[in-house]
Design a protein around this ligand. Sequence first.
Ligand SMILES: *Cc1c(COP(=O)(O)O)cnc(C)c1O
Length: 457
Amino acid sequence: MKQSLETFNRLMNALLEDEQQNPVSKHIPATDLYDRLDLSLQADGIDTKNLEKALKDIVLATPKTATPSFFNQLFGGRQEHAILGDLLAVMLNNSMYTYKVAGPQIGVEKAVLREVCNMIGWDENSDGTLAAGGSMTNLMGMIMARDAFNERTRFDGVHQKMTVYTSADSHYSTQKNAAFAGIGRNHVRQIPSDTEGRMDMNALRRTIEADITAGFHPILINCTAATTVLGTYDDLVAASQIAKEFDIWLHVDGAYGGSVLFSEKYRHLIEGVELVNSFTLNAHKMLGTPLSCSLIVVKDKKYLYDSFSNDASYLYQTDHDDFNLGKTSLQCGRRNDALKFWVLWKSVGTNGLGQIIDKQFELADIARDYVRGNPDYTDYSIDDTVAICFNYKGIAAEDICTQLYENSELLVGYGSFKDDTFIRLVTVNANNEKQDILNFFNTLEAFVANNKELFGE
Ligand SMILES: *Cc1c(COP(=O)(O)O)cnc(C)c1O
């Protein structure tokens, strides 16, 4: 084992050095992949020296997500303490279903969940769990909503025409999850959003009323905090009034932006979160922990037990259910995703988590000011978000993003809102500085200037 750890250290030193020299890995077209790298598997193994060489080639060719040139998704950078925590979790290799197998790690997970619930303002009756990502924690929210509506569902299956409400700009997991939960994709009502991508609450109310009249059973309102493209936060206070009036479960998909919970300055974006039934947040997005680290917390833990517990005498043999976390989880065997978040939180404190969030908004302001102050750019961004949406010199966003990628310049993606498509720069890497943001624009501009033929200029 020690030898493998030494190999690991050498590989990581090589990676860290390479990140300085080559912040964007050389693009390998997918069609060439197997020719360029030794990925094949054989009947016989190879010696450690050749293994290390093969690994090094693969590691250095892998897209780099921690450098100041990666803006492609809603994660990026490295929080070093979180990395430390995740490496420990790999070595310890516990499974989070029982206290017997995970011991203090159960306490770690419970401490994280407890403190998140406290920060929301929920009492001891609240609880939560972690699952493999935001899509999965959203699924758990939907299943609890379904079972809360009719507790027989988990025994008898779905026999009612249930409907789910989410904004047209929400994450696609709602559709998939409706299929998984037996509700059906056709029973997801996409509520139109306003000019900034916020769910239209009047339309929500009208749609619910029409569905009830038509014999449907509304079971879930899914609010988004924040939307994947523009970064818009739905109005939780208004949604909670409608949810209360019609007695519908209210879930907040905060996978992307729910982490503003930790920022004194930006927490107002999720004002009313204490009023909802369940809330998802991905620490692997704005908080910079490694993938994946997705939490769901519920105001009333009864629903978590009702929907997810199952007796298993081969598994639960000691200790109280409160410490056998398999009683409230989606999976059976479950990776320890809490430790990395705990180590980060322990090391920088709640204030430090707030600073991570605030830094991203600060970088976003720098980027937004740059775009708004430069006539070559068309701005599509809203305020108070870490997604800066723009086009440059009227060039199609898809063309710029793809060319930057294929020429190994920058990794950035594009998105659409209503009739517009634009580049989406996400300032989610809190290790970046102002200069890194300015470098992004400089690189983009120089690339366009030097490759006019690519863009028909
Ligand atoms: C990223 C995201 C998800 C999905 O989370 P995963 O961890 O990628 O499964 C869900 N909702 C929103 C709003 C997101 O941005």
